[in-house]
Design a protein around this ligand. Structure first.
Ligand code: 1HE
Length: 262
């Protein structure tokens, strides 16, 4: 039987322009069942029109314990491919959706939980957060796009180490190696993520969209192609009425200056 979205396992609420997306299976450490993965996809494909940024967080002691191992059963190769592709589609809806997504990370961020975090645009870890890829020790492989996204953050060598040795990376190291962009004190990840999301929501939506959709593609293009894509994107962005209004506001002294403490 085809799995159905478990819509109770995700709560999506609006905090002003920020969609707050909360994983809600704390008794199972927010393990990602098929139903939860499908609900995640549904949530990001149907974000409220007024949302201009999103935050993803987990209820309870941990962000996410990864794949729901209780559902792991013997699959033949074709079923295995389809299962992994279901994850890819869901996490693609997070990464290549309409609005930037900030992950608020605490406790375990492991396996598929780290794959989900990697699909977000900004990661904020509090000091309780720890990161691991136990797939290596469970006798499986990453299947939720981790092999594509995680090396872009920390390099193949570090991911190889995490998977071969089961190494657990703490919050401090995670920030140092680029796995997360922000590290805050215990219990502060959600507040920080929300503050960042509010700032992001203040940007022109087209600029945010260009950052999410053009920047990663340009980074994968040959330089010559990347420069051409950049020129096209820059021209589209600056032609938008909102860009003109924002530039005018600065020239008239009505817009915020760049400040180091901002
Ligand atoms: C789970 C899962 C899960 C907890 N699937 N049920 N992921 C892992 O290999 C990580 C496995 N989990 C753990 O190592 C630990 O549970 C945690 C470090 C995350 C949390 O520890 P703790 O002490 O807070 O909780 P717990 O007592 O271990 O677990 C509480 C309950 O959650 C318990 O169920 P209960 O019915 O006995 O109460 C656990 O069985 C359940 N639980 N984690 C199912 N993951 C697309 S491919 C991706 C591949 C992967 O993600 S592989 C990595 C899987």
């Amino acid at each position: 039987m085809q799995p159905q979205p478990d819509l109770d396992a995700i709560q999506c609420t609006l905090d002003g322009p920020v969609a707050m997306v909360r994983l809600r299976r704390p008794a199972k450490r927010n393990a990602l069942s098929d139903g939860l993965i499908l609900a995640l996809r549904h949530t990001f494909e149907t974000l409220p029109d007024t949302a201009r940024a999103a935050v993803v967080c987990g209820e309870g002691e941990h962000f996410c314990a990864g794949l729901d191992l209780g559902e792991l059963r013997e699959r033949d190769a074709a079923e295995g491919v389809l299962h992994s592709r279901m994850w890819h589609t869901a996490l693609e809806a997070v990464e290549k959706g309409r609005v930037p997504v900030v992950a608020a990370l605490h406790g375990a961020v492991v396996g598929g939980g780290l794959e989900l975090a990697s699909a977000c645009h900004i990661r904020v870890a509090d000091d309780t957060a720890y990161f691991a890829l136990p797939e290596g020790t469970r006798g499986i492989f990453v299947g939720g796009s981790g092999s594509v996204r995680i090396p872009k953050l920390i390099g193949v060598a570090r991911m190889m180490d995490m998977m071969l040795t089961g190494r657990v990376v703490g919050a401090e190291e995670a920030e140092r190696i680029g796995l997360v962009q922000y590290r805050v004190g215990a219990g502060q990840a959600l507040d920080k993520a929300l503050a960042l999301a509010r700032r992001i929501a203040d940007n022109a939506p087209l600029t945010n969209y260009a950052l999410m959709h053009a920047l990663p593609r340009i980074a994968e293009q040959a330089s010559d192609h990347g420069l051409f894509t950049e020129a096209l994107m820059a021209a589209v962005a600056q032609a938008a009425p909102e860009a003109k209004a924002r530039l005018r506001a600065f020239l008239e002294g009505k817009a915020a200056k760049v400040r180091q403490d901002a």
